[in-house]
Design a binder for this molecule. Structure first.
Ligand SMILES: C[S@@+](CC[C@H](N)C(=O)[O-])C[C@H]1O[C@@H](n2cnc3c(N)ncnc32)[C@H](O)[C@@H]1O
Length: 217
């Protein structure tokens, strides 16, 4: 099913506690037998599978199993990759609460020095903020997206509202002013307002500007 969905060239790795699932293995599908609540088991999987783009947890559905799977495997998912966990049922679901705790961590705000000549607020990033792009909760499903590039700083720019539709020549000539947010890359001039930056994204999701460390910072 997954090969039909993702295409013939995808590598499929399956994990199950039932040895009978080995029957689903073939030359293009590797099956690992083990307990998803066993951290040592995941260490073996990580050794055998160098990169994972998408991980879907549809296993035992116990919060403890889901949490250990996430903790052991999220760091192993490649940049730009996606983690999903299905069947998070119940208003007081412990795993959903755990994911909500992670989502709160995305708002951690430790002030940092603003890049030179730039107005606004800068924050150092935690390991979570540096590597996790977003955390989504749907009915019964959690989705975590990893960043394509790790961040060094989070910046909320401030300045006069100019509603520019083009980056200023100063921004274009200065590699220190390449800002990324949402799904796009934005070039901003010093003091550009968030309003003006949003003009570059047809579907802005956040007013926070994410920067990667570039020359001049
Ligand atoms: C809901 S089924 C889903 C199977 C498969 N994802 C599918 O859609 O056909 C859950 C699977 O998780 C496996 N499972 C249960 N507890 C597990 C555990 N602790 N570790 C790994 N797999 C487990 C079960 O054997 C079962 O095959």
């Amino acid at each position: 099913m997954w090969r039909e969905y993702f295409g013939e060239s995808c590598h499929v790795y399956g994990v199950d506690i039932e040895a009978a699932c080995m029957a689903y293995g073939d030359e293009k599908t590797k099956v690992f037998i083990g307990d998803q609540a066993d951290r040592a088991f995941w260490a073996k999987v990580r050794k055998a599978v160098p990169t994972i783009d998408i991980l879907i947890d549809d296993g035992g559905h116990l919060p403890e199993q889901q949490r250990i799977t996430l903790e052991e495997m999220l760091p192993h998912i490649c940049s730009g990759g996606v983690y999903l966990c299905e069947d998070i049922h119940g208003a007081d679901n412990e795993f959903a609460a755990y994911v909500q705790g992670l989502a709160n961590g995305l708002n951690s705000a430790t002030p940092a020095e603003m890049p030179k000549d730039t107005a606004g607020l800068a924050f150092t990033v935690t390991g979570l903020q540096g590597t996790i792009h977003s955390i989504h909760l749907y009915p019964f499903v959690a989705v975590i997206e990893k960043r394509e590039r790790n961040l060094d700083l989070l910046i909320a720019l401030s300045g006069p509202s100019s509603r520019q539709t083009q980056p200023s020549p100063q921004a274009l000539s200065n590699p220190a002013l390449i800002f990324r947010y949402g799904n796009g890359t934005v070039l901003a001039s010093y003091g550009d307002s968030i309003d003006s930056l949003l003009d570059f994204d047809p579907n802005p999701k956040t007013a926070l500007i994410e920067t990667t460390k570039t020359k001049g910072f």
